[in-house]
Design a protein around this ligand. Sequence first.
Ligand SMILES: Nc1ncnc2c1ncn2[C@@H]1O[C@H](COP(=O)(O)OP(=O)(O)OP(=O)(O)O)[C@@H](O)[C@H]1O
Ligand SMILES: [Mg+2]
Length: 254
Amino acid sequence: MSAVFQALNLRKSFGGLAVTQDISISLAAGDRVALIGPNGAGKTTFVNLVTGHLAPDAGNVSLAGRDVTTLGPRARANQGLVRSFQVTRLFPDMTPEEHLALAVLQRTGRAGRFFGHYRAKAGVMAEVVELLSTLGLATIADHKVSEIAYGQQRLLEIALALALRPKVLLLDEPAAGVPQADTPRIEAALAGLPADLAVLMIEHDMDLVFRFARRVIVLAAGAIIFDGSPQEATRDARVRQAYLGSYADDRRLA
Ligand SMILES: Nc1ncnc2c1ncn2[C@@H]1O[C@H](COP(=O)(O)OP(=O)(O)OP(=O)(O)O)[C@@H](O)[C@H]1O
Ligand SMILES: [Mg+2]
């Protein structure tokens, strides 16, 4: 299948430290990929390079065959390349409904003019209501973000990403900081993502990774050391040594 997303030979150093070493990753529509690896392996840096939050030293990024390497994050998002952040970036005084209305208006280029009157815009509200219901946030739609649970904030971030109608979605630790009791909600949201969306998820929760991903890419010290099926990952000697050893042993997956 042709790639909807391609990162080719990306490199990035901070000072003398090569944090991204010649990384190439392609995604096709419908992909469910987990990007895993130890703390500091360069996972978030990879996402920052891909989305335009950081400029690479070398390499390029293309979407549906079109080079976007010189575009900023907003322009890339407009073309369907959307991310979530490892740490929430929501506005504490705004409600989920307001966040989503703003995202929908932003996508349609109307954020400045219409935000104050978004409830009167039938199309906007229909989309907002649907997103709230898909992510299970309808009952807290008009609560301030500062007053909703952290797990609900992370769900709102997924909803916000979806409001931009992505073709490629990069999720940086969507379950990080979420209490164990709430992770099934995150997992259900991930399971309900549009089937044709290409998804790359960074996650440390291996149970979540192995239920979600059909392909696993392992980063260690800035380089890809494995790209293959979850089952193969648990058997790969380098992956076990770099990251998965205790998980694979505990689960007797090998
Ligand atoms: N802006 C920056 N300036 C200098 N060094 C940075 C910068 N951003 C990241 N680094 C370094 O790059 C390395 C990779 O960081 P990165 O955040 O990409 O790791 P990660 O794989 O996402 O880790 P984690 O699992 O802890 O989120 C780390 O050594 C980090 O300290
Ligand atoms: Mg990170």
